[in-house]
Every structure is written in C-alpha cells, then in structure tokens.
Design a protein around this ligand. Structure first.
Ligand code: ADE
Ligand code: ZN
Length: 319
C-alpha cells in the first residue's frame, strides 16, 4: 500500500463526518452477535453476513435482527457502534432503528428505545433516531411504526422512514401514513431507487420524502436528477451496500460519480456497516480511490452530510 493511499485513508478518518443512513441492527459485528447468542459459532454467524442478491441480504438482515433478544442487546449494539463512530471522527449520527422489526418480533418497543437512548446519552457523537417500518409488511404495520415515532418526537426521534422491499411495498401505499408523520412534526425519508427503478423514487417524493435512501437508479433518468438537484433532495449513497446486495453489479459501475457530476446532492453513508464490512471513512476512501474524488470533493461530501441532517448542525470548517 503506497504512501498516497495511506494519506487518503488518514484524511478520510480525520475528516469530521455525519452519518445519515445507518441501521443499528446492521451495525452489529459477528463478535458482538456471538455475545448475544453464545451458542452460535463465529463461522455460522459469518455465513449470514454473505449474500446472494438483494433478497438474500434482506434474509440475512432478518436473521441478525432475530438474535437481538431485548433492551440489553440493543443497548450493547448501540454502545459498540458509537465507540466505533467516535474513533473515526463521526460527530453526528441519525441512526435508523427498525421499530418495524421489533413489532414483528412481538417485543415491547418502549424498553428497547429507552435502552438505546440511554446508551447513546454518554457518547461524544450527537445522536438522533429514525424509526423505520418494513414496507412489505403493509400499511397497518407502517402506521403503527409512525405512531411510535410520533410519540417520541420530543424524545430523540427526528424522522420516520420505510425500508425493506420496494417492489413488494410501493411508496404510494403510505401516502396517508407519511402525511400523518409529517403532521406530527417528524421529518421524512424513504429507501427508494435501490432495488427498484426511478419510478419508485418519484413515488417516494410524491408522498413527501425529504431525503432518499440510496436512490442510485436516478442516474438513468436525467429529468429526475434535475428534479433532485432543483429541489435539493439528497441521495443517501452507500456504495459498499449496493455492491454487496447486488443492486449494483460491479463496484466500477456504481453511479456515484455520475450523480455527483450531474449536481445531485449526495451524502455518503454505510447503511449496514457490519453486514457490508465497511466504515464511513472507508466509504469516503472508496469514493477517492475508485471514483477519483479529490480531497476538496470529499470535504464537500462531508459538508453535505451536516447540511442535509434533519437537525441543525454545522460542518466544523476549521478542522
Ligand atoms: N434494511 C436494512 N438495510 C436495508 C437496505 N439496504 N434496503 C432496504 N431495507 C434495509
Ligand atoms: Zn438502509
């Protein structure tokens, strides 16, 4: 590894950054999961961190979340994640907690939320929570998650979103739920244009999404890119995620450079860092080494990450 590469890697680590698309459950490292499920071997756990296709990933995610037994496990996950974020100069994080999965597991949500909130309270990272529903579980399920989020608007929850399979849960189903969430003071995001096409992004915008999770399929639609640029709707880009889930065939084909050059607002993220074997610094490094982003451009991406946060926070320019 050359000196130049080392200096890029150090630059990316030291750059003050914000994470806006980061699933708590997908941040659990196999070693931590083993502490939660001591009967499992590391090899068995690791076998669920490798996927064939997007559906395979969703199954892996489902397998991991089922191992989180209750408030103690969620709190441990949050503590470990925040230690890592502090170590790579992440100053601010909006962490997605899959409240939908908690309901699906028939666990009580309040003690789990209280536990992660408390775990984050002592961190140097400023943390806000995004509660996320599983769109392919349908409208009623999603409404329940929006209600849980609305109850916590003054208590650490900043936004509401939908994840899961776009094809089996189109955004238009959730128009009323999004209107309810907005009325309750929640900000809105949605995974879209990840495994489905640009129409899925348009549908997410139609119901009021203010940021788009992934959105890489906008790259094939110049009118949509223009719209995102004009309306200053950022895409929450996660390069390693897109390659690991197979929604982007090969790393070199990832449209991050095309989107950036077209003026679409972008923010780099990890999505599920443990499940995609990455870190936020690494995502910046990939942008530099595989897509030719200069240090100025990386700084612009970092500035974007603060600018598009749902809470007012500014990029620490002096550093
Ligand atoms: N849940 C966790 N990660 C996800 C992703 N990349 N897409 C959809 N749902 C998810
Ligand atoms: Zn995601």
């Amino acid at each position: 590894m050359g000196e130049n590469h080392q200096s890029i890697s150090a630059f990316c680590r030291q750059l003050p950054k914000a994470e806006l698309h980061l699933h708590l459950e997908g941040s659990v490292e196999p070693e931590t999961l083993r502490e939660m499920a001591p009967g499992l071997s590391l090899e068995e756990i690791r076998s669920h961190y490798r996927y064939e296709g997007f559906e395979g990933f969703l199954n892996g995610f489902g397998w991991v979340v089922r191992r989180l037994r209750g408030p103690g496990d969620y709190a441990l996950a949050a503590r470990r994640l925040l230690e890592r974020l502090e170590g790579e100069n992440v100053r601010y994080a909006e962490i997605i907690l899959s409240a939908g999965v908690v309901l699906w597991k028939q666990q009580e949500f309040a003690p789990i939320y209280d536990a992660v909130r408390e775990a984050a309270a002592g961190s140097r990272v400023e943390v806000w929570w995004i509660l996320d529903a599983i769109r392919h579980f349908g409208v009623e399920h999603t409404r329940k998650v929006a209600e849980l989020a609305a109850e916590r608007v003054d208590d650490g929850v900043v936004a509401f979103g939908i994840g899961g399979d776009e094809a089996r849960g189109p955004a238009e189903w959730f128009k009323e739920v999004y209107a309810f969430a907005r009325g309750e003071g929640l900000r809105l995001t949605a995974h879209a244009g990840e495994a489905a096409g640009p129409e899925s992004i348009r549908a997410a915008l139609e119901i009021g999404a203010e940021r788009i999770g992934h959105g890489i399929r906008a790259a094939g639609d110049p009118d949509l890119m223009q719209l995102l640029k004009e309306r200053e709707i950022p895409l929450e880009i996660s390069i390693s995620s897109n390659v690991a889930t197979g929604v982007c065939g090969r790393l070199e084909e990832h449209p991050v450079r095309r989107l950036f050059d077209a003026g679409v607002p972008l923010v780099l993220n990890t999505d599920d860092p443990a499940m995609f074997h990455t870190t936020l610094s690494r995502e910046y490094e990939i942008a530099a080494t595989c897509f030719g982003f200069t240090q100025d451009e990386l700084r612009q991406l970092a500035r974007n990450s603060f600018r598009h946060a749902f809470r007012p926070v500014s990029f620490p320019e002096a550093q």
